[in-house]
Design a protein around this ligand. Structure first.
Ligand code: 6R9
Length: 633
């Protein structure tokens, strides 16, 4: 997409200026680079007070024609996906654009043969195998809305997501290996489907050749269904604003929010940001280590790279298997040029022997990326020195499930970087730092600190919370007038560079995963011995943050190791192992405001070994603070 590419810092500044002065013209020019079935007639229509945003109104298109068909004539034989299995002894799979196109069309017909129509929701619960990409693109081909659930989530978490979106069909796999650990996804799905009346069909990809229990009338094997399906499938004509997918993200209260992304805006901005942030050349090999179950995988393993005709690596395994050199072994073997990972992965590898990195030839690398949480100094320097050998720009990309694509990031090789700073907004992104009174901070001091907001719409923003527009309004557009509130704190230096300091709400980022504390507390409270609990994050060397649970037991209960284990199991069962607290402290009470709200601010300080608790006089029970501190773990 040569018309989209920014090639120098002065071009960046020019593009940024134009995008602010005339956003519609700016995005129009970008949108011209794509394949439309019918052109849009109004670039942007929005109303902050109703939180309604519409981009490229009346435009008609299909995203799969843009990520697949469009490349066939010139680049049909180019590799679209390189798949690297969990087990290094298994073979790498290469899938060209033409092959991917054929498989996507074929699976689209499988979906149709099973009664799926435009607008129906399809749940995908799969390991990192090419069939996951095929299934998601097949949904998009026929206008079905995919809802991908990360294949580390529990049965209960799958069921609540399926029920929220009323999915009609689920695609899964039987047994898979993560490192040495076998995980039977089909069993987890079977358990979930006990409570999911909307599901009519379950399609099972056989990842391992072992017997799989199939439920008659409901379960079908991928291979059998594919054998019956044709490889031709016309792309459904979609409206620019038709939903493309739902992806759940944790909220600070209650159940996860199904963020709804629509077709045209999402496509255009993921492609535009991918193209400019990573600055790929046609022969380059790009690898993002995220899971497709998270937004990073959606936008920057699949849609963004494929829209740009890039070669994207998909990795099934984990960084520590068979040893801590796995990432670097793959970089050497596939000659990866662009490598995009999370600070938590960097920290976990940096604590192991340097030999794991030094052993491999990493000279193919040109650009390194970071995403998911603030990257600390040590991790930044380790990444820069040992992986990039001081030669690869690091793009620290800030964005969210809700933003759909990267909002703040250096452009590789163009924006000068500053360790731990995500640097500058991409063109089209109008940031503002707000103080606690909702006033924009406009100074250009060396350190202006505030809450990060976005004061003008952008094409890839999520349009609503599935089935609950009110929650969308309240969560994102009620804290500040006429601006989207990110939930993050940030500061800006005198050059205008942004550094994200972390969440200011009750979401904790553990190993790069967004976890709401409320659902974890609910899970803990499920245990019969528990009266009440409060969960907060605290800094952790590897995970970035870990979880600390303060738990009140009934009077007749005694703390024990067994009880700690049972409480952790409750959390695993209802959310997933990732949400298990590292520390559980039994307490007599929790610090509460007079209106009964737990003062998490104080608990966060205790968990982080801080001693200055600020003003505790507004508490209902100030004496409890000392008590908790004494028993701190
Ligand atoms: C893409 C993704 C969003 C939250 C976000 C922020 C944190 C993401 C970051 C970062 C500092 C970065 N975050 N990237 N913080 N620097 N480069 O991670 O989406 O899972 O929705 O998480 O992650 O706190 O608000 P999501």
């Amino acid at each position: 997409m040569n018309n989209l590419r920014i090639n120098s810092f002065s071009e960046y500044k020019k593009a940024y200026k134009e995008s602010i002065e005339n956003p519609e013209m700016f995005w129009d020019n970008i949108a011209e680079n794509f394949l439309w079935k019918k052109k849009w007639n109004n670039t942007l229509e929005f109303d902050f007070s109703k939180s309604e945003f519409k981009w490229f109104k009346e435009g008609k298109l299909n995203i799969t024609e843009n990520v697949l068909d469009r490349h066939l004539e010139k680049n049909g034989n180019k590799t679209a996906i390189i798949w690297e299995p969990n087990n290094p002894l298994e073979e790498t799979r290469i899938i060209t654009y033409r092959q991917l196109h054929a498989k996507v069309c074929q699976f689209a017909n499988v979906l149709k043969n099973n009664g799926i129509q435009k607008g129906d929701r399809v749940c995908i619960y799969m390991p990192m195998i090419p069939e996951l990409a095929i299934a998601m693109l097949a949904c998009a081909r026929i206008g079905a809305v995919h809802s991908i659930v990360f294949a580390g989530f529990s049965s209960a978490a799958i069921a609540s997501r399926i029920n929220d979106a009323q999915c009609k069909l689920i695609v899964t796999a039987n047994e898979v290996y993560r490192g040495e650990k076998p995980i039977n996804l089909k069993h987890i799905v079977d358990e979930a489907l006990k409570d999911c009346p909307s599901i009519q069909t379950c399609i099972v990809y056989r990842r391992e050749l072992e017997p799989t229990m199939m439920v008659g009338g409901r379960d079908k094997f991928w291979i059998d269904e594919m054998a019956k399906a044709s490889k031709d499938c016309l792309a459904e004509e979609m409206d620019a604003e038709d939903p493309l997918f739902i992806l759940y993200t944790s909220g600070s209260t209650g159940k996860p929010k199904g963020m709804v992304h629509t077709t045209a805006g999402y496509m255009i901005q993921t492609a535009y940001s991918f193209d400019n942030v990573f600055q790929m050349q046609p022969e380059d090999i790009y690898w993002c280590t995220a899971d497709i179950g998270w937004i990073t995988g959606h936008s920057y393993i699949i849609y963004g790279p494929l829209a740009c005709g890039a070669t994207t690596v998909m990795f099934e395994g984990i960084p520590s298997y068979p040893d801590f050199g796995r990432f670097w072994e793959i970089v050497e073997k596939l000659k990866v040029t662009h490598f995009y990972t999370a600070p938590t992965a960097i920290r976990s590898l940096a604590k192991e022997s340097l030999d794991y990195v030094l052993k491999y030839d990493l000279s193919s690398l040109k650009v390194l990326g970071s995403v998911g949480e603030p990257i600390n100094q040590e991790a930044w320097h380790w990444y820069n020195d040992y992986v990039g050998k001081g030669n690869c720009p690091i793009v620290d990309t800030w964005w969210q499930t809700e933003t759909g694509s990267i909002m703040i990031s250096p452009l590789a090789g163009i924006t000068s970087t500053r360790p731990t700073f995500a640097t500058l907004p991409l063109p089209g992104i109008q940031l503002a730092l707000m103080d606690e009174n909702g006033q924009e901070i406009v100074t250009s001091a060396e350190k202006s600190e505030g809450r990060l907001t976005i004061k003008f719409p952008w094409p890839s923003m999520a349009r609503t919370v599935y089935g609950d527009h009110q929650r969308y309004i309240e969560t994102y557009f009620s804290t500040f007038k006429n601006a989207y509130f990110t939930g993050d704190g940030a500061y800006r230096d005198a050059m205008g560079y942004y550094r994200i300091t972390g969440r200011v709400d009750d979401v904790v980022i553990v190993s790069g995963h967004n976890l709401g504390t409320a659902p974890i507390e609910n899970a803990i409270n499920e245990h019969d011995a528990v009266v009440e609990s409060a969960v907060v994050g605290f800094p952790h060397d590897i995970k970035g943050n870990a979880l600390y649970a303060f738990v009140i037991l009934y009077d007749d209960q005694n703390p024990s190791e067994q009880l700690i284990k049972e409480i952790k199991d409750e959390v695993s069962k209802s959310i997933g192992a990732i949400a298990k607290p590292d520390k559980i402290q039994f307490v007599k009470g929790l610090p509460k405001t007079r209106s009964g709200k737990i003062m998490r601010r104080i608990l966060r300080k205790i968990a982080s070994n801080e001693t200055d608790f600020g003003d505790t006089s507004t508490l209902l029970n100030p004496e409890i603070v000392q008590d908790i501190e004494k028993g701190k773990l």
